[in-house]
Design a protein. Structure first.
Length: 188
């Protein structure tokens, strides 16, 4: 059994009859009173995010997890289908289990977190960034370059990304999967 001192980003814990993943945390030691840990927890079953504060030394139930690489195959109206890269078995995940899923393209490798006890899928993590082709871009406004001017673009997965004015349809760009923001244009 772990304590609140062991909390770190990515840790899965059992709390309020559900399994939560720590997405943010901050150890706080006020000048007066006991220390505590302020956390932002995301439910791996329904995607709901809650804020919670644990007092210092509070016992928490850590959930043992394993990670495996899966290849994204396709999606349907209910969720996403993946294939295990080692034994080629297939796995299905609901849409709420993956953040920024609109940035995934077929064949992309994804890390899936499984509960160690029964190998139940808990969540999926995309790579830090993905390379996508711009299929449509709004026209840029001439003279609007004094600041970092951005325009709308639609990438091959259908996601909307704000890009600099010089990006045109057909360009390949690097996009952050954390917040869906443009990182750089990719030269081929």
């Amino acid at each position: 059994m772990a304590t609140s001192n062991d909390i770190k980003k990515g840790l899965c814990i059992e709390y309020s009859n559900d399994i939560f993943k720590v997405i943010e945390f901050m150890h706080v030691k006020p000048g007066k009173g006991p220390a505590f840990v302020r956390t932002k927890l995301k439910s791996v079953t329904n995607g709901k995010v809650i804020d919670n504060t644990f007092s210092a030394g509070h016992k928490i139930d850590e959930v043992k997890v394993i990670t495996r690489k899966f290849q994204y195959l396709y999606d349907d109206e209910n969720g996403f289908h993946f294939m295990n890269n080692e034994d080629f078995s297939q796995l299905y995940l609901g849409k709420e289990m993956i953040e920024n899923s609109n940035l995934m393209k077929a064949g992309e490798e994804v890390t899936i977190i499984l509960k160690e006890a029964d190998e139940t899928p808990l969540s999926a993590e995309l790579p830090q960034s993905v390379y996508l082709e711009v299929v449509e871009a709004d026209p840029g406004v001439k003279g609007n370059t004094a600041t970092n001017a951005l325009k709308n673009a639609i990438v091959e997965t259908g996601a909307r990304v704000m890009v600099p004015l010089f990006i045109e349809a057909g360009d390949k760009i690097k996009v952050s999967t954390e917040d869906g923001s443009y990182l750089e244009r990719v030269k081929e």
